[in-house]
Ligand binder design. Structure first.
Ligand code: AMP
Ligand code: ZN
Length: 488
């Protein structure tokens, strides 16, 4: 019952990789800065509350980017930040601090809040079979690097101080400001009212905020400019440079980051490291609820533990995401998840059937040409701007391919699991183990009683017994070959 234990034949860099680059607004062939290596930065969560399924769409998408590069033979250095220092809740650097708000809500320290929700996020990523980043970097562990970066910008003349407020970035000094989002800054300036924050341009943003005079913040640090805390954007510039060097290959995040957060990251970084700081910018669309973008401000939002509590295999959610394309919104509903769960289970059942045919004979030779053909098709689809939905169509076609033998199919599914992280073979083995689990005497007795009730046409009693069997973690199925009892 163990699946064939073959390694995929090496396919180093044979598949052309194409990615849609937000900066050029074009599909571009991927060329790494260093052959065989990818430096990859993705914007991670703010840990003031549980991450909802929208955040997890982002995490699964980043995982697919990484797995695609790995399957093409690249070594990926993946850095993801954990924002554990408060942002002010609006893009304009005003409003409430999310972390301090979380601490008040739960009557805990900001540090406890950060730890609790970072741990919860990591548990959720493990549940969704997301490979952990090479470097998971907390903003509060990198205050020194953030201050050093602001000092460099200051020395180059990009900053100014607003007394009582903080140190700000002067966007008029950066001539390509707004290129990423295709913004015409002169229009933005002309249309904006002069606000009362003292900013010179509406697009200017805080690099360092001063702590309020009348309030002691839980998170604050000394700096050359006074006690305070870093602005929203500087952590990503500082931590990516620390772990990926001054230039790196890929930077990813949600599409809402194009016009402010990533635009500001570029403005902070390129005066220091030169242009271009990042070669490929990848932005994904949102997971939607009926009300619009799934977000914490929409009130009740579903989380990974909610899926598990409702009895879903978390892989069904991952499958739902991969049946769409990352550049299109996906609407989440329980009905959509039910359909995805059925589709996922259907594939698992078929894979289980194939594993059963091979049995213990797990070192059968592979059909090399058939393997290479399917491997190339599936990897080719994902390498072509991450077309996971197309790859899943090929998965169905592979299952139906009579020309591919069982051992080759199993080896291909092992590759598919490495590429898409959908754990088809793992779930198929669990299904077989459950189906072949010895039935305990008391469950067998209940099944016999149910058969007797059915023979006596006492349907109510038969249903009652089925519910008892169900509650004990077993399932009875009436098939043409008689009653089958399996572990759930
Ligand atoms: P946040 O904690 O809101 O800053 O978000 C963390 C990451 O999740 C960012 O990369 C966001 O772009 C992403 N994200 C937040 N909401 C959604 C959503 N509804 N769909 C997809 N990605 C999202
Ligand atoms: Zn970021």
């Amino acid at each position: 019952m163990t699946p064939a234990n073959h390694q995929s034949p090496a396919t180093n860099h044979q598949t052309p990789i194409r990615l849609y680059n937000t900066m050029s607004r074009k599909l571009e062939e991927f060329v790494p800065l260093i052959p065989g290596h990818v430096g990859f930065y993705s914007c991670g969560p703010t840990v003031y509350w549980y991450q909802h399924l929208g955040n997890m769409r982002a995490a699964v998408h980043f995982d697919i980017i990484k797995r695609m590069f790995m399957a093409n033979g690249y070594e990926v250095n993946h850095v993801m930040n954990i924002t554990d220092v408060g942002h002010l809740t609006s893009d304009a650097d005003t409003g409430e601090d999310k972390m301090e708000k979380g601490a008040k809500r739960e009557n805990k320290s900001v540090w406890e809040i950060a730890q609790t929700y970072m741990d919860a996020f990591l548990r959720d990523t493990d549940t969704l079979n997301i490979i952990r980043p090479t470097h998971l970097t907390r903003a509060t562990d990198h205050i020194k690097q953030q201050i050093e970066l602001i000092q460099k910008l200051e020395a180059l003349g990009y900053t100014y101080e607003i007394p009582g407020e903080g140190i700000y970035y002067d966007t008029s000094k950066f001539s390509s400001y707004g290129n990423l989002g295709g913004q015409d800054i002169s229009k933005l300036k002309a249309g904006a009212r002069i606000d009362d924050t003292g900013k010179k341009n509406p697009t200017d943003f805080a690099l360092w905020k001063f702590s309020p005079k009348d309030e002691k913040r839980q998170m604050e640090w000394d700096s050359p400019w006074g006690v305070g805390f870093p602005g929203w954007h500087i952590e990503c510039s500082a931590m990516s440079m620390e772990y990926l060097g001054p230039h790196f290959d890929v930077h990813a995040g949600g599409q809402e980051h194009i016009k402010v957060h990533h635009t500001n990251e570029i403005a902070q970084s390129e005066p220091i490291v030169g242009k271009p700081w990042v070669n490929y910018w990848i932005h994904h669309e949102w997971l939607m609820s009926k009300e619009g973008k799934m977000s914490k401000s929409e009130g009740e939002v579903a989380t990974v533990p909610d899926l598990v509590r409702r009895g879903y295999d978390p892989m069904a959610f991952r499958y739902l995401l991969l049946t769409g394309h990352y550049k299109s919104p996906i609407e989440f509903s329980w009905a959509a998840l039910d359909a995805a769960a059925a589709g996922y289970k259907n594939i698992v059942r078929k894979v289980a059937g194939i594993i059963e045919t091979v049995g213990a004979n797990n070192h059968l030779p592979l059909q090399d040409i058939v393997f290479a053909e399917w491997h190339g098709k599936i990897l080719g689809a994902v390498s072509d701007n991450l077309k996971t939905a197309t790859a899943l169509v090929y998965v169905q076609e592979l299952l139906a391919d009579d020309g591919a033998d069982a051992a080759t199919k199993i080896a291909l599914f092992e590759f598919i699991d490495r590429l898409l992280g959908l754990q088809f073979t793992d779930r198929a083995q669990k299904l077989l183990a459950a189906e072949n689990a010895p039935v305990p005497d008391e469950i067998q007795k209940l099944a016999d009683d149910r058969n007797a009730a059915k023979a006596a046409k006492d349907w109510a009693r038969a249903d009652e017994i089925r519910a008892q069997i169900d509650a004990a973690g077993w399932a009875v199925m009436d098939g043409k070959d008689g009653v089958k009892i399996t572990k759930k």
